[in-house]
Ligand binder design. Structure first.
Ligand code: MEV
Length: 441
């Protein structure tokens, strides 16, 4: 039976591990060995990781792969991707190569506005609240001057503060709805610090606003927090070519392929069951780059899926058309990313990933990430509408299955060759491996 513990966070790392393995594992020595196997031999690097979060016991590895040959606005990129799903990097690389020969990806940042809100309750006359808001607004800016000084000197800062009446939804509920430009920073700390100061100033100033009654002075701050919904922090990426240039094989013409491809996108536009899987494939590419570059993939996921539902029905993030013999495929997606602050200076692999990308600005990173999503979706739809997804997936999965069965390097080599012309399945791999082991063939 498990037991609770108090003061766990105060224990040393060794004591925490002792408690974990003794409490939860039948073979505590084996569990301890696994935990320690993933410690970094460089103590400084290990300490860095230990201090990222509370109660670190070890590191959780993900592979960091690279997908080369991405031509974006005429410039070549090799994109770093941190992901465990076996087919993702291979699919990205394939799509990059495909579009390299067809003009590459074209991208543009449409907008970069981020949002934060102070949520508060006020019981009284809305006109008086509006007058108070207009009067206190300059003080909201001046009271945050020490927080915004550096950001403003670089061209960013608070761009608008609005008072929003939400009383139709919840009685007494209002917001300060604030727009920010945070340049190369994701900006969460900056935004939240500004909002918390707004909340203080707003509440304090209300106490002495002479038009308010005693009850109206009692503004109740509920919370102050940035929003991960960023529909005005948008980037667009696109590929296009003549329909006949889409053809790669003898089996399907460019025209037939384009037609099927557009059909598949149209289905994802109107059918939420399909749209979720379609967008999940896009996020395979997006999350992998977001993670490799030290950004917050949960924030990106939440914002992207909210955007996919913005018209009241969950829908595809990508779109495709064929007009006058030209195939066009594009994505428009909200991405609040940073290339300074956060993990970017701390995590050695994040630094490496950003250097690999030529130290991008946040705007450049938005474009690269959008391309990774579009490429991933192109690769998935190309497989789905032609060969089916399993052929490529199971080929990539073969190595995982071989590892599960403990195949050695020679066995892996022989069986990789064998499965170039045979269908991969768990059973088929098991049988082929057994046969190889018993007969050597
Ligand atoms: C698998 O991780 C992603 C796909 O299901 C995406 C899609 O269906 O478009 C292949």
């Amino acid at each position: 039976m498990s037991k609770s513990i108090s003061g766990f966070s105060k224990l040393s790392k060794a004591k925490k591990i002792d408690w974990i393995v003794d409490t939860y594992f039948s073979n505590s020595e084996e569990a301890k060995t696994i935990i320690k196997q993933y410690w970094n031999t460089d103590e400084k690097i290990q300490q860095l990781h230990d201090e990222f979060i509370e109660n670190t016991i070890t590191n959780y590895y993900l592979p960091l792969g690279v997908a080369p040959n991405f031509l974006i606005n005429g410039k070549l990129h090799t994109i770093p991707m941190a992901i465990e799903e076996s087919s993702v990097v291979a699919a990205a690389s394939k799509a990059a190569k495909f579009w390299l020969d067809r003009g590459g990806f074209k991208t543009e940042v449409i907008s970069t506005t981020k949002i934060g809100q102070v949520h508060f309750m006020y019981r009284g006359d809305f006109n008086k609240l509006k007058t108070f808001f207009e009067q206190v607004k300059p003080k909201l800016f001046s009271d945050t001057a020490s927080i915004t000084k550096n950001m403003e000197s670089r061209g960013g800062g608070i761009t608008a503060i609005e008072l929003r009446d939400k009383t139709n939804d919840i009685s007494g509920y209002y917001q300060l709805h604030v727009s920010f430009e945070t340049l190369d920073a994701m900006g969460a700390n900056f935004i939240n610090s500004c909002l918390e100061q707004f909340a203080k100033t707003f509440k304090n100033e209300a106490q002495t606003f002479n038009l308010f009654s005693e009850e109206e002075k009692q503004i109740e701050i509920v919370m102050s927090i940035l929003s991960n919904y960023v529909p005005d922090c948008l980037v667009r990426a696109e590929v296009s070519c003549n329909v006949e240039d889409l053809s790669e094989s003898q089996t399907i013409s460019g025209e037939a392929f384009a037609h099927k491809f557009v059909q598949a996108v149209n289905i994802a536009e109107i059918e939420p069951y399909r749209a979720v899987t379609h967008n999940k494939g896009i996020m395979n590419g997006i999350d992998a780059v977001v993670l490799a570059t030290g950004n917050d993939f949960r924030a990106i996921e939440a914002g992207v899926h909210a955007y996919a539902s913005r018209k009241g029905r969950y829908s595809s993030l990508t779109h495709a058309s064929v007009e006058d013999g030209k195939f066009k495929f594009w994505i428009e997606i909200p991405l609040a990313l940073g290339t300074v602050g956060g993990l970017t200076k701390l995590h050695p692999l994040v630094k490496l990933a950003l250097e690999l990308l030529h130290h991008p600005s946040a705007k450049e990173l938005m474009q690269i990430v959008a391309v990774a999503g579009l490429a991933q979706n192109f690769a998935a739809l190309r497989s789905l509408t032609t060969t089916g997804i399993q052929q490529g997936h199971m080929k990539m999965h073969l190595m995982n299955i071989l590892n599960q069965f403990g195949a050695n390097d020679d066995e892996k080599q022989v069986l990789t060759e064998h499965f170039k012309s045979h269908t991969v399945s768990h059973n088929a791999v098991s049988e082929a491996l057994n046969k190889l082991r018993s007969t050597g063939a």
